[in-house]
Design a binder for this molecule. Structure first.
Ligand SMILES: Nc1ncnc2c1ncn2[C@@H]1O[C@H](COP(=O)(O)OP(=O)(O)O)[C@@H](O)[C@H]1O
Ligand SMILES: [Mg+2]
Length: 311
């Protein structure tokens, strides 16, 4: 893999317009510092606004390190701007980003590719609720199709609860994924690329005090115990890692992603693919990389070296 010149003009894209703005700013600061420590001389940290194209041109940016999350940053929008300006960028391209931001389209592609996914359907109008109700067994997990951080998600046990949860979730996204609820182990695996090889990081397991890995468990100290590496059998561990890389490739992700799983009765089901994983002190991917002997700065350089166009 060609190394990027230490004098290249690199922008760290962070902040932005999504719900995950604050987290992204923290990731951005950390990546910015790492790049300076690594000896890159011309690094700019940019809080992304509507003027981003003008700023990138004015600063004569040559590479973009993307740590934006959610809407406009992880969904193909900023990737489209960077393609248009011909600025190589980290992470998956326009199509993979757009596909993976939507948990429903992701699952359609994964299912077609033979990856185990939990039975689900999506609705874009409450008129479709009754058909969905007839298709699925309760309990059901209600999820806004294009949101993260477990926001708007609810486990429901009957039609009344389903309807109420869907109405609530539709304040976040008009498209809702209804997925059968499974009791199991929640975990996540990073996927990285180095010297053209795509590989999985160790598995990070979440043991929560709550019933599932909800918003409270994610953002309240002490509510989740992190097991790294996760304590699955060798067979299940190998299977999860294989499925993570396969899912990354099936959705045409490039450079980096993080694949979330729910393991029930020893079957690893893929829940979703995150195409712009958090890079804060407490984020999953840096911990996973560290568990395989890759420190934070090496992780940043590994990701930077996969920057490209036309992905
Ligand atoms: N079908 C399901 N059954 C049981 N728990 C689930 C299901 N889907 C998601 N969860 C729980 O919710 C968490 C977040 O789900 P995920 O699909 O990754 O959404 P997000 O984008 O909010 O991270 C998972 O880690 C898991 O604990
Ligand atoms: Mg997730």
């Amino acid at each position: 893999m060609e190394k990027i010149d230490k004098k290249a003009r690199i922008a760290v894209l962070c902040g932005g317009l999504s719900n995950e703005r604050e987290i992204s700013l923290r990731s951005g600061e950390k990546v910015y510092k790492a790049l300076l420590e690594l000896g890159y001389k011309k690094v700019k940290k940019i809080d992304v606004t509507k003027n981003i194209a003008r700023i990138l041109e004015k600063e004569k940016i040559e590479y973009a390190f993307n740590v934006l999350h959610g809407k406009y940053g992880e969904d193909g929008c900023i990737q489209g701007v960077l393609e248009f300006l011909q600025i190589p960028y980290t992470g998956p391209g326009v199509k993979a980003s757009a596909v993976c931001l939507d948990k429903d389209t992701t699952k359609i592609i994964l299912k077609e590719g033979g990856i185990p996914v939990i039975k689900s359907c999506s609705i874009t109008s409450t008129d479709e609720l009754e058909d969905a109700f007839n298709m699925l067994d309760f309990p059901v997990m209600v999820k806004p199709a294009r949101e993260g951080s477990s926001i708007g998600m609810e486990k429901v046990n009957n039609y009344e609860e389903l309807k109420a949860a869907v109405i609530k979730a539709r304040e976040i996204d008009k498209k809702i994924l209804l997925e059968e609820y499974k009791t199991g182990v929640s975990c996540t695996v990073g996927v990285l690329e180095k010297d053209g090889e795509v590989f999985a990081t160790p598995i990070l397991e979440f043991r929560t005090k709550t019933e599932w890995y909800d918003y409270e468990a994610k953002y309240t100290a002490g509510m989740t115990e992190f097991i790294l590496p996760a304590e699955f059998s060798k067979d299940v561990t190998d299977k999860i890692k294989e499925l993570a890389v396969k899912s990354h490739n099936l959705c045409e992700c490039k450079g980096v992603s993080r694949v979330d799983f729910l393991v029930a009765d020893n079957v690893p089901y893929v829940l979703e693919i995150n195409t712009s994983p958090g890079m804060t002190d407490l984020s999953d991917l840096p911990a996973q990389a560290n568990a395989m002997g890759m420190d934070y700065n090496s992780l940043v350089e590994t990701i930077l070296n996969t920057a490209g166009l036309n992905k």
